[in-house]
Ligand binder design. Structure first.
Ligand code: FES
Length: 574
């Protein structure tokens, strides 16, 4: 690529001048074995690779980075691979959520500080998806997302196993004495069989699907199994396409429009996606200058049918979803519920991309007429216990709990819960409402996925498999149960959840969207006056920065200094 377009590349500021610094940039590129024919006048494509041996879901990313490079070279670009934090969901403590904003900062600054013209974002494991997209949105260069893809379905003794969902299920069976430790060993061997993300409709599958629905991936990308040859072909095609996006000068915020976010919320409901997506979409929108309210989620949930028959809300797994037609087929079935005019990174509108996408298996992907559920995938609750909102997933709970009133059983923190939950003397019945405090953004810290409190052993042995549980934590997207999550303001900063005592009556009414602590205002005032703020978790380090700047759930838990679209100057090159 020569001529006037090449001179306008951002990277030309590094490479194109005739001064001391440009000499250094060129000589150091040659140090890596590249000659001017390799890079001069070409768009420089940064490939942000979240590969790590601490992230099993991204084990194929070194190969996929090579496929992306192949595509970039083919299209006349110069690919450079840059490692970024992997955020391995199974290992990072206290929670990957504590590091989502840090990866977002890393993605933004890696792009800004280097001679980069466009980005390929390689992510998949839960928080890596919103993190990379948040950072890319703030940087606002051309960018394309390459989702890691789901792992193969799990197997054990002729049964199909789904990530997360079947862990919770069989762990409860083990605690209830219905399966043996040897059975659990067999499940451990068979539940995670390949590279790739959790293959239920957990947070990873959800966020990849939403990225595709927003037009930030190539069409059909989100459901391709990680180890399918089609995944390498998609990676190479993404490499080719990002070069064109740079030449067309299409920064990522061109695609992150209000209508695209509405399409994403509609898709979230139609796939029975993770509650975590609410927080991530609000944070992503905040980086694009768009305000998403919890009420927008609730309004769309009330009218959008659940079409994906996938665990935890349904029966099948992502491999089945791919074979059944994948996301384009599901989006096509949504018809006018989506805005088909939104632009996407392949240069066509969403409507053009999904037109004619057929459902191959109508049990896996339903039509609205045969929906898994007619509506109500998620619900936003309010009340004196959650003045700034709370979230529940009615599609994944036992219907008899949709309206429930019972006495609170309060755990002051996770350690307290873990120490007492299986105590035979625990004063709990199926009517009890389990309450976990200090599990929110600042309180845990990092708002871990503790919201699916385990059913007490005493009740498990009685056959109880669901009960109402309340917290300011999140819940894994692979989880299920009557769990009220994201209660805001959180208890650690003195939200009403901090004031609940054992025996207080709590009423949940999903139809009325209400969560009520049935304690008089006078008594609550006394408790509020006596409440003592807990000691800070951190006196220094990233934890201290996190605690000082993280927002509450309804604002997306972004850092206050990262939201919005205020300009950040390009670095001076001296
Ligand atoms: Fe990586 Fe679930 S642990 S996607």
């Amino acid at each position: 690529m020569t001529g006037s377009r090449a001179k306008s590349f951002r990277s030309a500021r590094w490479y194109g001048a005739s001064d001391l610094r440009s000499f250094g940039h060129r000589s150091r590129t040659k140090q890596m074995g590249f000659s001017a024919e390799d890079y001069a006048g070409k768009p420089v494509i940064g490939i942000l690779n979240t590969w790590s041996e601490m992230n099993p879901c991204h084990q194929h990313f070194r190969d996929r980075a090579e496929a992306i490079k192949r595509g970039v070279w083919q299209a006349g670009g110069f690919p450079v691979e840059m490692p970024a934090m992997a955020l391995g969901e199974p290992f990072m403590k206290p929670s990957t959520m504590m590091y989502r904003n840090l990866l977002a900062m890393e993605a933004e600054e890696l792009g800004r500080a280097n001679p980069i013209d466009g980005l390929v974002l390689m992510g998949g494991c839960d928080k890596t998806v919103p993190a990379l997209l948040m950072g890319a949105a703030s940087l606002n260069l051309p960018a394309i997302f390459v989702p890691a893809g789901p792992m193969l379905r799990g197997h054990w003794q002729g049964k199909t196993l789904g990530s997360g969902s079947d862990v919770w299920k069989y762990w409860a069976e083990l605690r209830a004495g219905r399966i043996t430790p040897e059975d659990m060993d067999g499940i451990e061997d068979g539940i995670a069989r390949s590279a790739g993300t959790c293959m239920t409709m957990g947070t990873a599958s959800t966020m990849a699907a939403l990225a595709e629905a927003m037009g930030l991936t190539l069409p059909g990308a989100c459901a391709i199994p990680a180890v399918d040859a089609a995944h390498s072909r998609m990676a190479a095609a993404s490499g080719r396409r990002i070069v064109e996006l740079v030449l067309e000068d299409r920064p990522i915020r061109d695609f992150m429009t209000d209508a695209a976010f509405t399409n994403a919320i509609t898709t979230l409901m139609a796939i029975g996606g993770s509650t975590n997506a609410i927080i991530h979409l609000i944070a992503m929108a905040g980086r694009a200058g768009i305000a998403l309210t919890l009420e927008r989620f609730d309004a769309i949930a009330r009218t959008t049918p659940l079409l994906a028959n996938l665990r935890p809300a349904g029966q099948y797994l992502m491999e089945d979803f791919y074979d059944a037609g994948g996301l384009p087929a599901l989006l096509n079935a949504l018809g006018r519920r989506l805005d088909g005019a939104t632009p996407t990174v392949n240069g066509k509108t969403l409507g053009a991309n999904i037109a004619g996408a057929a459902i191959i298996d109508t049990d896996v992907i339903r039509t609205p007429e045969r929906a898994v559920k007619p509506a109500g995938g998620l619900a936003i609750l309010r009340g004196n216990l959650a003045p700034a909102g709370a979230v529940i997933k009615p599609s994944a709970m036992e219907p008899h709990l949709l309206r429930h009133r019972g006495p609170a059983l309060v755990f002051g923190n996770y350690a307290d819960m873990a120490a007492r939950i299986d105590d035979p003397a625990l004063p709990v019945t199926a009517e009890s409402v389990l309450v976990l405090q200090n599990a929110g953004p600042k309180g845990a810290p990092g708002m871990p996925e503790w919201g699916q409190l385990p059913i007490p052993k005493k009740l498990l042995t009685q056959g109880i498999r669901d009960m109402v549980r309340l917290s300011d934590a999140r819940m894994s997207g692979t989880s299920y149960g009557a769990c009220v999550l994201h209660i805001s303001p959180e208890s650690y900063i003195g939200g009403p959840l901090a004031l609940v005592r054992d025996g207080d009556l709590i009423a949940l009414d999903i139809a009325a969207r209400a969560l009520t602590l049935e304690v008089g205002e006078e008594e609550l005032g006394r408790r509020r006056a006596a409440w003592v703020p807990p000691k800070p978790h951190y006196e220094r380090g990233f934890g201290a920065l996190f605690t000082a700047h993280v927002g509450q759930a309804e604002t997306g838990c972004d850092f206050d200094f990262l939201t919005g679209t205020r300009p950040v100057p390009e670095p001076e090159i001296h």
